[in-house]
Design a protein around this ligand. Structure first.
Ligand SMILES: [Fe+2]
Length: 254
């Protein structure tokens, strides 16, 4: 694992799930992972994590007594009228994130951005070329009960004290499959013609309509969805419990 990834240990109060205490298994992966979408800023890999892996990952979540309730915008101590939020478990798991990264690595590549790219390449020191180095060991396991959603919002980079290292893509490992609802949706925000450094990144406390959807991904257990942090996105409500792991892909400036 790249040393920068374990260099910024978060405040233990922010880690109700603790530090890898319950993780005792090796991921097996699958023989036939499939890169089913690759638009650079939006990548889907199917069949990456095996059914056994999914069950083991779900056990971490189910066995933890330390889940937090968060709002439909993923924040603690907040209630947004009319919208059910989710349950979240935050854990610091370098070994597990490293194993997940090794499964992903064959499908990852260097990125070249321009001023309209939807991520945080532009802060000082600015670089247009970045190479992936690993997944953040901070894993957030999320469970959305039936009817819960995640309202439109933007993710953001974690910029390390040495700012040549930062997260630029969000990563969702799906641990459940859904066909009716429950998709992760990339939304229009009317800011395509504005350079990324000048765009507004305002979360929203109302639902997006179908006409705002650019691209949607139906969760499939064992598949992974990666997308540039500053793409506007939400999660559709679903009639079943929806469960996933959210983390960040960290890059190094070239
Ligand atoms: Fe998000």
């Amino acid at each position: 694992m790249h040393p920068i990834l374990s260099s910024t240990f978060p405040d233990l109060k922010l880690l109700p799930g603790g530090t890898e205490a319950q993780i005792y298994f090796d991921l097996e992966g699958t023989e036939r992972p499939l890169l089913s979408e690759d638009q650079d800023s939006v990548v889907i890999i199917e069949n990456l994590v095996s059914e056994t892996d999914v069950n083991n990952l779900q056990k971490i979540f189910n066995n933890s007594p330390n889940k937090e309730t968060v709002s439909a915008l993923g924040r603690k101590n907040e209630k947004i009228d009319n919208y059910a939020g989710s349950e979240r478990l935050s854990i610091w798991a370098p070994n597990l994130s490293d194993q997940l990264y090794k499964l992903l690595q064959p499908f990852l590549k260097e990125r070249e951005f321009n001023e309209f790219s939807r991520t945080d390449f532009w802060q000082e020191p600015l670089s247009y070329k970045w190479r992936p180095i690993g997944l953040s060991p901070l894993l957030r396991m999320m469970s959305y009960p039936p009817g819960a959603l995640h309202l439109p919002h933007y993710d953001a980079a974690f910029i390390y004290p040495d700012a040549r290292y930062r997260s630029l893509m969000s990563v969702l490992f799906y641990l459940s499959s859904h066909q009716n609802g429950g998709s992760t949706r990339i939304l229009k925000d009317g800011q395509d013609m504005i350079p990324e450094s000048l765009r507004k990144h305002q979360d929203r406390d109302s639902k997006a309509g179908q006409e705002e959807v650019l691209f949607k991904v139906s969760p499939k257990s064992g598949s992974v969805f990666l997308f540039d942090h500053r793409l506007y996105h939400d999660a559709e409500p679903c009639s079943e419990e929806r469960i996933l792991i959210r983390t960040d892909l960290v890059f190094e400036a070239i």
